[in-house]
Every structure is written in C-alpha cells, then in structure tokens.
Design a protein around this ligand. Structure first.
Ligand SMILES: Cc1cc2nc3c(=O)[nH]c(=O)nc-3n(C[C@H](O)[C@H](O)[C@H](O)COP(=O)(O)OP(=O)(O)OC[C@H]3O[C@@H](n4cnc5c(N)ncnc54)[C@H](O)[C@@H]3O)c2cc1C
Length: 413
C-alpha cells in the first residue's frame, strides 16, 4: 500500500485532493476496508516528513475553500497539536517509556491474554481482523484505532501501554506524540476522567456492517495516574556558533532537506549554505540515518523497518550537496558512526532538523554529547511550522483549534 518515496507521497496527495473538502468532512469516519478513498493515507509520509504538513495544507487550500476543507486541515493540525503538547509535558513520554520497558523486562508481566490478542486470537472477530490488517499493512483507519484501543483497555482489560507499544511497533506512521497521547485519550488519562467507549452499534454502522462484535464492555472506568509535573516551556532554539565545515544530518523524523531550507531562516537548501550573522558557510556534506528499533525494547515490525529504510534511501537520493557529492546513508544510528562520518568529511559542526519528544530526540541528545567530546558542535533547526504552533498546544485541542486561522496566516496560507 505504501511506497516509501516522496514521489509516491506526492501521487497519493494528488489523488486525494478532490476528496479533501466536503466529502472528507462527511465520510471520514467510515472504515470500509482496504479500498477506502475517504481518508488520505498520508500519515506514513507526513510522519517522516517525506511530505510536510505545510505543503499538504497548501495543496488542499489551493483546491478547496477553507470552510469546505476545514475538517481536513484541523486533522493535520491534530498531529501538530499532539507534538506541541508532548513537548511541554515530556514526563508523559518518559513514564510511558519506563513502563513499557518494565513490562518487557519481566516476562510474567506480559500475560497470555496479551499474546492471544496480538496473535489475532482474542476471540473478538473485529479485533482479530484489525490485528491482521495492522501487521500486514502497517496502517489502520483512525476510527478503527479508537475502537481497537477502547476494546483493548476496557473489554480485554490489557495494559494501555502495551497496546500503544504494539501500535508503535507496527504502524508505518508510528509517532511518539500521536500514538501515546491518543491511547491516553481513549483510556481517560489525557482528558482526565473522559474515556472513549467502542460500541457494537457504532462499529457496525461505520464499517458498513462488516463487523458487529458481541460481548464488548458497556461501561468504562477511566484509568488514573500520579499527578504530572507542571508544564515545561519549549526549549529555546539553538544558536549557530561560528563554524567552518558543516554537515547536514537527516533522520527519520524529518527527511525533506529541500523544504527545510524554505522553512528555516538560516538554511538555504538550494545553494547548500548556512547563514551565520553576516556571512554564510557551505554545507559540505549530507547524510541520513535512522533506527526504527528505537521505538521499543520489543521487536519492531519488518514492514516498519523496510519503510523507514526505503524512506531514508529516498531522502538521501534527493539531499546530496551536488551530483559529485551525494548524500551518505549511514549504516546505523550509533553516535560513533556519525563521528566517523564527521571525521571523514573534516566537519566542525553538524546541523540536524529538530526532533520532537521521542526516541530520535533522545538519540540526538546522546549524539550532541559525543560530538561535543570531540570538539564538534551540533545545532538543531526547528521548522517554522512547529516553532509557531507548538507553544499554543498548552491546553486542550479546542483552544488550539481557534489559533488555526492565525497560524495559516503566519504561514502565508
Ligand atoms: C489509538 C490511536 C493511535 C494513533 N497512533 C498514531 C500514530 O502513531 N501516528 C499517527 O500519525 N497518527 C496516529 N493516530 C492518529 C490517526 O489515527 C492517524 O493519523 C490517521 O488515521 C492517519 O490516517 P490518514 O493519513 O489516512 O488520515 P486522514 O484522516 O486522511 O488525516 C490526514 C492527516 O491528519 C493527521 N491526523 C488525522 N487524524 C489525526 C489524529 N487523530 N491525531 C493526529 N493526527 C491526525 C494525520 O497526519 C493524517 O495523515 C492514532 C489515533 C489513535 C486513536
């Protein structure tokens, strides 16, 4: 279903554009199986930024008036909202990581019921079919994700963290913020006390009668947790120190060097230059690296690995400094491998697209220390899209949604 290239992403966007207006607002909640055209299937591309949120919204707005495509634009902003929220509440991610780690350290903590559920043997036909679809394709429709999470937590009474981990290891669009916070939302943790209950009637209606499960929980009790620390502020953007030989390192959170240049005041991706004060420094080398295994202590699916690998190759094929200086795909995501690349290229600085809270941000923190110990600097470039929107994701989505017209305006859209 998903070819991991920017060209395939642009084709998918083009094919979906006619449906992104009123049709989407009316039909988006239906999941009528593999042939669905009522949703975009763009999330694996957006999640790796083979396509950017800005260009998707720009293309939709070029085709439809805002009142007609408002619903679709809002959905794209849900992705941005979740990221901005997690950025200000990183303890939620740290706890999730710790708890998942604890489950996988102790075999007894992972029950036989868990293994039945992820093996497609829960005894609930719909769940078993969705497990197969997720494992085979790396994708599930949004409404189906909601039903799945609700049945997992309230009917099968399995730990939400392991459900989120199962999704994260199999979804091509697996995303620290959207995934963790959506599972928390279903469980009644994200909006404290407010749960999502999947009902047989709703499932039957929106799957056009494909599924009508029996025996589902008919009530929910919201999960609880220790109070969270107060919100942190979003870290201030890095400043570029005086540097001479700079390398650009792409990673799986952001694989479009060209638009990074249009989206950041210092970086001109067309001439491969970084502007520092009044002068400009050449970007002399580019590389790309990723490690989908960072998503979980348990095994990440081969489908996710293959998609990430393909996306990396595709990004590298577009990111070379010149025909004679193509980008390098690094063989792994170890700091020592990046250091070797930097040494070969005689770099004194590495710039990277900023990564939101999640495994890549953790990996970049380790890399920053490793580079510093060898006298190299690392500077992150935050896209304008994120820098403008994230600070507004401090409360609920409905307050954030009010800011969308102003955010579009600031983006020139
Ligand atoms: C339990 C659960 C787990 C989820 N895990 C992830 C995840 O790991 N990664 C992920 O990208 N999305 C996740 N989502 C959100 C959503 O289900 C997917 O983004 C969406 O289904 C992707 O399909 P699409 O591109 O066809 O969506 P469309 O309906 O065509 O929407 C267009 C775009 O808007 C964004 N979007 C739409 N709905 C949401 C949403 N509810 N939250 C955030 N962004 C949204 C996506 O970028 C999507 O590509 C999760 C939702 C739930 C309920």
């Amino acid at each position: 279903m998903f070819t991991p290239t920017r060209a395939a992403a642009l084709d998918a966007l083009e094919g979906f554009l006619p449906h992104a207006g009123r049709d989407y607002a009316r039909d988006r909640n239906h999941d009528n199986g593999f042939e669905r055209t009522n949703v975009s299937h763009l999330s694996p591309y957006l999640r790796h930024r083979l396509l950017t949120e800005r260009e998707v919204v720009a293309a939709v707005l070029a085709r439809h008036r805002l009142p007609d495509c408002e619903k679709f634009v809002q959905e794209v902003f849900w992705r941005t909202y979740w990221k901005g929220w997690l950025e200000q509440n990183p303890e939620v991610w740290r706890r999730y990581r710790r708890e998942v780690g604890e489950f996988w350290l102790d075999d007894d903590a992972v029950s036989a019921d868990y293994h039945h559920a992820v093996g497609g043997r829960s005894g609930i036909e719909a769940m078993d079919a969705w497990v197969t679809e997720l494992v085979d394709t790396g994708y599930l429709h949004n409404h189906t994700r909601m039903w799945f999470a609700s049945i997992w937590i309230f009917t099968l009474r399995l730990p939400w963290q392991l459900g989120a981990d199962f999704f994260y290891r199999h979804l091509l669009d697996g995303d620290a913020a959207s995934n963790t916070l959506s599972w928390r939302w279903v469980a009644g943790l994200q909006t404290a006390g407010k749960t999502y209950l999947a009902t047989a009637e709703n499932i039957s209606r929106y799957t056009d009668g494909r599924f009508a499960p029996t025996g589902l929980a008919t009530s929910t009790r919201a999960l609880t947790e220790d109070p969270l620390p107060s919100r942190s502020t979003i870290p201030v953007a890095d400043q570029l120190p005086p540097v001479h030989r700079v390398g650009l390192l792409l990673h799986e959170e952001d694989l479009d060097a060209a638009s990074l240049g249009h989206d950041h005041p210092w970086f001109d991706s067309e001439v491969h230059e970084l502007k520092t004060g009044h002068s400009a420094v050449d970007v002399v080398a580019t590389a790309a690296y990723a490690d989908p295994a960072d998503r979980s202590p348990a095994r990440v699916s081969d489908t996710v690995r293959a998609f990430t690998e393909g996306a990396l190759e595709d990004a590298a094929s577009r990111a070379g400094v010149s025909a004679a200086r193509p980008a390098t795909v690094l063989p792994d995501a170890l700091a020592s491998t990046v250091l070797r690349w930097a040494e070969t290229e005689r770099l004194d600085a590495v710039v990277v697209p900023a990564a939101p809270v999640g495994p890549v941000q953790e990996r970049l923190a380790t890399l920053r220390s490793a580079l510093a110990s060898e006298g190299l600097t690392m500077t992150t470039l935050t896209r304008r899209w994120d820098a403008l929107a994230w600070p507004h994701a401090s409360r609920g989505f409905f307050a954030f949604r009010e800011r969308i017209p102003a955010l579009l305006n600031q983006q020139g859209l």
